[in-house]
Design a binder for this molecule. Structure first.
Ligand code: FES
Ligand SMILES: [Fe+2]
Length: 390
């Protein structure tokens, strides 16, 4: 059931999605939260590293002797990124321009042409550390190195994440960029009110309230199916997979939002992480990674499992592509809206997210709203065949 009984206040104002000041405030606020940064499979070997932006800040996470360490990916010499974006491998963390090299604590440990820098206190040259936490197949980052552990903010201490993304391997992954505010994407992902119009072929209709198991907590929300899906294409695909691989309750889905930017969508067979990140250039990046559990595989079933996992993740791509077509239109409407907006009880997870945002970073001032920036003209939805990460 829903927790709310009826209409809810739309807590964010249009300017909160469109003003330049809102974007700047979002980025600063997000720097104190945990975000999905990488997949553990990209950081398995000593020397593996993954660089990407986190809340507008370049970050690199490395496997250093089996330990994951993270730093702001900016060189103290002349400000270049140390390493380029994506997953790479290097014996040491060395700047790409002049070769300044840093140890696993971020201290300068090699300075080419040292005599040119006589007088420089090399011991004072350090990279800024960021907090890194692995939860199963997922690696999270927080720019606040003193932040409490990610799993401390989750009611079950991360048990569901470990179960859904523990001994799993990726079957599909992709990223896309969008000229829309990151909150538009998040809000679309955590409500089912749009399902009949946007996903008529896959989900067909939204489910009645009694089939919803909604949970809201200060750091997130969760939807779980109370009953398995039926004859909808998504339900049939899940049943087929369950029958083939012996996974129980495969047609029940759990969608969890770990505030602010990470969502997971899982049943017993396929687990998908969906992360949204605003970037310094004003765009929003969507990263999706789907996993299959190792435990289900036998050498005989593995190819079949892999093939059906791909089919299932393609279905997921189709659903997200249907959502993507909406996002520019929502963003365009927000730029010109004179309405306060309103939410229904079915959209209470949106309300909980908005509450979290308003509590954390407040509203932009009316004066700031005058500076509202127009994002590029609504872009067409990207094709279903989406680029791989890195
Ligand atoms: S800019 Fe990094 S070593 Fe010079
Ligand atoms: Fe959707």
């Amino acid at each position: 059931m829903f927790s709310a009984r009826g209409a809810l206040e739309h807590l964010l104002r249009p300017a909160d999605y469109t003003a330049a000041a809102a974007r700047a405030r979002d980025l600063a606020w997000l720097r104190g939260h945990w975000h999905l940064h990488a997949l553990a499979c990209d950081l398995q070997r000593d020397g593996d590293q993954v660089a990407d932006e986190v809340a507008g800040v370049p970050v690199v996470v490395r496997n250093d002797g089996g330990r994951l360490v993270g730093f702001v990916n900016v060189c103290p010499h002349r400000h270049s990124l140390l390493v380029g974006p994506g997953a790479t491998h290097a014996a040491t963390l060395r700047c790409m321009v002049h070769g300044w090299t840093f140890d696993d604590a971020g201290a300068l440990c090699r300075l080419p042409d040292g005599p040119s820098f006589v007088g420089l206190d090399g011991s004072a040259v350090r990279l800024r550390r960021v907090a890194v936490e692995r939860c199963g197949a997922l690696v999270f980052v927080n720019l606040n190195v003193d932040a409490p552990p990610f799993v401390d903010g989750v009611p079950d201490g991360g048990a569901e994440l470990r179960a859904r993304f523990g001994a799993h391997r990726p079957v599909d992954r992709w990223t896309t960029s969008h000229a829309v505010d990151w909150k538009v994407i998040v809000e679309n992902a955590v409500e089912s009110y749009h399902v009949p119009l946007v996903h008529p072929a896959t989900f067909r209709a939204f489910r009645p309230p009694e089939l919803h198991d909604h949970r809201l907590w200060p750091g997130g929300t969760r939807y779980a199916d109370r009953k398995p899906w039926g004859r909808e294409p998504m339900g049939l695909a899940a049943r087929l997979l369950g029958a083939l691989f012996g996974a129980g309750a495969v047609s029940r889905f759990v969608h969890t939002h770990y505030f602010p930017t990470t969502m997971t969508y899982a049943n017993e067979l396929v687990s998908t992480a969906f992360a949204v990140m605003p970037r310094a250039d004003g765009t929003s990046r969507v990263t999706v990674a789907s996993f299959l559990p190792d435990a289900l595989s036998s050498s005989l079933l593995r190819p079949l499992q892999w093939a059906f996992g791909r089919v299932f993740s393609q279905l997921g791509r189709r659903i997200v592509a249907e959502d993507m077509r909406l996002w520019p239109h929502v963003q365009r409407g927000l730029q010109s809206s004179e309405h306060a907006g309103v939410l229904g009880a079915r959209e209470e997870r949106v309300h909980a997210f908005q509450h979290f945002v308003v509590q954390g970073r407040g509203h932009v001032d009316d004066d700031d709203a005058v500076d509202a920036v127009a994002p590029p003209v609504a872009c067409p939805a990207p094709p279903l065949r989406l680029g791989r990460r890195g």
